[in-house]
Design a protein around this ligand. Structure first.
Ligand SMILES: Cc1cc2nc3c(=O)[nH]c(=O)nc-3n(C[C@H](O)[C@H](O)[C@H](O)COP(=O)(O)O)c2cc1C
Length: 219
């Protein structure tokens, strides 16, 4: 009884410290991306393709770091510009990463994954079966506040056009990285956005554009 009380009290204290930002949730520190090497571009283009069979094996932290850098890393430190273009350089895209260990946001400057929560929501990133077990599902989210939309404003399809284009560039970078690393991937529009957005804690001006599954090829 006493033990249970102290256990409960400890959970309450830890939760309150996390809420007040006094201790960090389980962020993942990533190794610096390796910005050299890889397959020659024409060979990567030749090998690019979508796959829907994935092994459950996890990527190494180096592979994860390189993958995220390819998608949305900073390649010009002097002005903070990235590996993928964005309309007017608004950089409104956030790259969310769902892993077995939880939901994260890619922090390119800090070279880390910032944990949003520790629930495994991979299955909710798609309506097909493989996202639930593949090791990595990227979710491309546009923060339309960074495109000048105001809180309470209705989001139209036109407001999202640039973000769809930006996502296309990021996703193709991922396709080419995967081709170079012999990883499997597929970009996906079949995403249950209404169910997923609340599980990700998104605000009304944060819009899910596409998701992309990545992993080792399965049999
Ligand atoms: C915008 C877009 C949405 C897509 N959505 C899905 C999807 O929800 N599920 C899926 O399995 N594949 C999806 N795909 C992958 C396409 O089916 C695939 O690119 C197409 O069959 C051509 O195959 P390839 O990528 O191997 O050339 C999507 C592709 C694009 C460009």
């Amino acid at each position: 009884m006493k033990k249970a009380f102290f256990g409960f009290a400890a959970i309450l204290i830890i939760n309150s410290l996390i809420t007040r930002g006094m201790i960090q949730a389980q962020d993942i520190s990533l190794p610096s991306p390796s910005r050299k090497g890889g397959m020659p571009l024409m060979e990567a283009l030749d090998a690019r393709g979508s796959a829907r069979l994935f092994s459950e094996k996890d990527l190494s932290l180096q592979q994860l770091s390189d993958l995220l850098w390819a998608a949305w890393g900073i390649n010009r430190e002097s002005d903070g510009k990235r590996t993928a273009p964005s309309s007017h350089n608004r950089q409104e895209m956030d790259l969310y990463v769902t892993l077995r260990s939880g939901l994260y946001i890619y922090d390119a400057t800090g070279c880390r994954l910032k944990q949003v929560h520790s629930r495994d929501i991979r299955a909710l990133t798609g309506t097909q079966d493989f996202p639930a077990t593949a090791p990595v599902n990227l979710v491309y989210v546009a923060d339309l506040a960074k495109r000048g939309l105001k809180e309470g404003q209705q989001v139209t399809e036109a407001d999202q056009l640039s973000s769809w284009a930006n996502t296309g560039f990021m996703a193709q970078n991922v396709y080419l990285f995967c081709a170079s690393e012999q990883l499997a991937c597929v970009i996906r529009a079949m995403v249950p956005r209404d169910k997923l957005a609340p599980e990700m804690g998104l605000k009304p001006l944060q819009v899910i554009i596409l998701a992309q599954t990545v992993g080792f090829p399965g049999e």
